[in-house]
Design a protein around this ligand. Structure first.
Ligand code: C5P
Length: 243
C-alpha cells in the first residue's frame, strides 16, 4: 500500500550513515553515488566537528537528509533544538514519542521539516519496556503512533513487525519508516525486532532505514541494488505476498 505522499521508489531506501567520521561518510556518498537519494545522519556523526560540511555536501548533491536526533527532553528544550536544526535544510528529524515532546517538536518545526516520532526502538524486546509479551509491546507502539499522528507528525519509526497493524489503524497519511531490516539468516546485530525488506514493504512500510546490511556488505552498491529490487517487487506484489 502506498502512502498519500507517494515517494519515488528510490527515495524509499534511507541509508544510515553510521560511520565514525564525516570523512568516512563522504567516502560512502562517493561510493553509492546516484544509487541513493536519502541519507540518515545520526548521533555517531554529530560528534564530528565537520558535521556542517557533511550537511552542505548532502544538500549540494540534492540528497534528502533524515536527521536522527531521537530527542527526548522537556518540551522547551526539544522545541529549541528543533528550531535550530530545522533551519539547516533537512527533510525530517526524529523525537521520541512522549507526552509534550511530539507536540513541542511539531510546533517548533512549523512545517519547515517533518517530525518523525520514534515509537519503540527496534533493538527493544518486551522485557526492555517491562512488558510481558509482544502483544503488550505492539499496544505501546500503536498508542505512541496515535499520539504522534494526533500531534501532527509526518511519520513514525517502527519495526516491520508492527507496520501492518499501524497501517490498518492509522491510515495512509502517516509515513511509516522501518529500521531493523534483515534478510532471513543474516546477522541481527543489536536489533531485536527485525524483518526482511520485502516483508516490511508488503506490510505497508513507506521507507526502509538500512545501515549495516549495506555498509558492512562486501559490495555495498550491490546491497543497495538488491534492496531496491526488493522494494520495487514488493510494491508490485499483491498485499500479503512478502517473504
Ligand atoms: O545497521 P542497522 O540497519 O541496524 O541500522 C539501523 C539504523 O536505524 C541505526 O542508525 C539506528 O540508529 C536506526 N534506528 C533503529 N531503530 C529505531 C530508530 C532508528 O535502528 N527505532
Amino acid at each position: 500500500m502506498l502512502a498519500i505522499d507517494d515517494p519515488e521508489e528510490q527515495d524509499r531506501l534511507v541509508v544510515a550513515l553510521d560511520v565514525p567520521s564525516v570523512a568516512g561518510a563522504h567516502q560512502v556518498l562517493d561510493m553509492l553515488g546516484d544509487a541513493v537519494t536519502f541519507y540518515k545522519v545520526g548521533l555517531e556523526l554529530l560528534a564530528d566537528p565537520d558535521i556542517g560540511s557533511l550537511l552542505d555536501t548532502l544538500r549540494k548533491r540534492h540528497k534528502k537528509i533524515f536527521l536522527d536526533l531521537k530527542l527526548h527532553d522537556i518540551p522547551r528544550t526539544v522545541a529549541a533544538a528543533v528550531r535550530g536544526w530545522c533551519s539547516r535544510g533537512i527533510h525530517c528529524l526524529t523525537v521520541h514519542v512522549a507526552g509534550g515532546i511530539v507536540e513541542a517538536a511539531v510546533e517548533a518545526a512549523a512545517g519547515r521539516c517533518g517530525v518523525l516520532g520514534v515509537t519503540v526502538l527496534t533493538s527493544h524486546a518486551p522485557r526492555d519496556l517491562m512488558l510481558d509479551d509482544a502483544a503488550g509491546l505492539r499496544a505501546v507502539v500503536l498508542e505512541r503512533a496515535r499520539m504522534a499522528q494526533q500531534a501532527g507528525c509526518a511519520g513514525v519509526v517502527a519495526s516491520g513487525l508492527e507496520v501492518a497493524m499501524l497501517r490498518a489503524a492509522l491510515g495512509a497519511s502517516l509515513a511509516l519508516y522501518v529500521p531493523g531490516i534483515r534478510e532471513a539468516g543474516a546477522a541481527t546485530d543489536d536489533q531485536r525486532r527485525v524483518v526482511s525488506a520485502t516483508k516490511a514493504m508488503v506490510a505497508g512500510a513507506d521507507y526502509l532505514i538500512v545501515g549495516r546490511p549495506i555498509l558492512g556488505a562486501p559490495d555495498p552498491l550491490q546491497a543497495v541494488a538488491a534492496l531496491r529490487r526488493s522494494i520495487v517487487q514488493a510494491l508490485a506484489a499483491p498485499s500479503g505476498q512478502g517473504s
